[in-house]
Ligand binder design. Sequence first.
Ligand code: SF4
Length: 255
Amino acid sequence: MFTKYLHRDIIYGPVRSRRLGLSLGVNLWPKSHKVCSFDCIYCECGAYRASRGDDPRLLGGFVSPRQVADALQHAFDSGLTCEHITFSGSGEATLHPQFGDIVEAIRDVRDTMAPEVAITLLSNSTRVHDPAVRAAIERVDLPIMKLDAGEETLFRKLNHPAADVHFTDIIAGLKMLRRFHMQTMILDGDISNCGDAEVAAWIRQVGYLKPESVQLYTLDRPAPYKGIHKVGKERMQEIARQCERETGVQVDVFA
Ligand code: SF4
């Protein structure tokens, strides 16, 4: 049975994640629904229309950089430890109109309270073509950018983007990032990105974009869209090794 995961607070956790270890989450969005420019068929936050996220009427106002900094300071004051401070939560952090200021506010608290902790961003890549957003992403220690498909048709089936989000903009924006890691959800079923043709198209983009590494993962919990299922570790490893052979980019499997 699908269970929706929405976050109530600005700072949550720390949670132990498959890919990051002990991670303190940063959530910029309300507790009632996700705010995202995608509506991925596998989203743990549940199905909700994709939006630009910049309409305050939708949100009842945005959290401020000061609120985020205070919440993070409070978490550190309470004595918790973590390896990452991670933008994740119920949606896409880069949609926040003050995303850059929030990155700086988090850096200030981190530098004072826990300089060894990495600031990490899990992003769907839909705003990376915007120069101001790209500049803010460059200030994050570990940007992990989503690319689930190698071409537009499958991209639309998997990620259900908002009307003004285009695959070509994502590729162009990622190409302009100085450094990033890629994250790719691999799944199978009525909609699949693990067949030979789909994998070949995706590998071509990895070779073109040259991320520092790729994180491959598959479904961990039931998805809101019932026609999909997880991919076995053996197939995940095959895809990873093929990608490494053809691109020279390191691929890590989290399955
Ligand atoms: S990008 Fe993330 S938050 Fe947005 S719909 Fe996809 S899985 Fe959900």
